[in-house]
Design a protein around this ligand. Sequence first.
Ligand code: ZN
Length: 278
Amino acid sequence: MKLKNTFLFLFMAFFLFFVAYLSAENKGVPTTREMNLISWQEFQEIVPAKIETVLLPVGSLEPHGVIPNGTDNLCPQAMSRAIAVRLNAMIAPTLNYGVTPAMKAFPGAVSITEEAYSPFVRDILKSLADNKFKNIIILNGHGGNTAQLHEVVADVSNLCRVRILVVNWWSLVSQQTQEVFGEDGGHAGNNETAYVQAVVPEHIHPERYDHDMATVNAIANSWFAVPVPSSIGLYKKGQGYPTFDKKQAEEYFNKVNNRVAELIEDIIRKWDMAKLYN
Ligand SMILES: [Zn+2]
């Protein structure tokens, strides 16, 4: 009787595994969307036959008030994982280092020069294009990278005949920031703190926080300081201080992801409509 049960159990387990395997095969669902984890054989089968889009998170290692130094990496990385299925996209490994000379003085920060950053990103984008992705979506988590990214993207897109979009998420979602917090945000302010709190709640340290750790960003080049005096930089005076509220963090995380995915969908749809670099 015991042996019969074991046999029955094994048979059922095998049957369920087989059904799951078949349905995954039929839907063309990859075993993983992470380029770090996928084998070259499976990659060859699905790109570009089944998947035409890749998400590339880029960031920086720099101080962020009382939240992780890697916030600019953790946010776009979590974002890529949250939206990859909706966009039917692969996820390229995160570029964890960026251009941040004005924050290099803070403990644990790492900054690379523009001269090193641009060619490095250029070669990565070219390789992604060589791998036959039609749409390369850069999810940028760090303002210091933006100028270099925009320049490199303009080059590589036309050189490799590939579509590339850079999303500077914190700027894109100003409306969502208003909806959740009723005010504007800041670097390591309410917005970034909330988003990363939803990702790594165990690494948020309100016990170390003080309002005086924030400085309002300079308006119209009125001043320029290296190192920056504070790692929390408010977009507007009196607005954007971190709230450390769990509910707001979750609501903001979902709203931001939704807005970013919506933008990407719209841009790809219009690239398709215009039949550009098809
Ligand atoms: Zn940041």
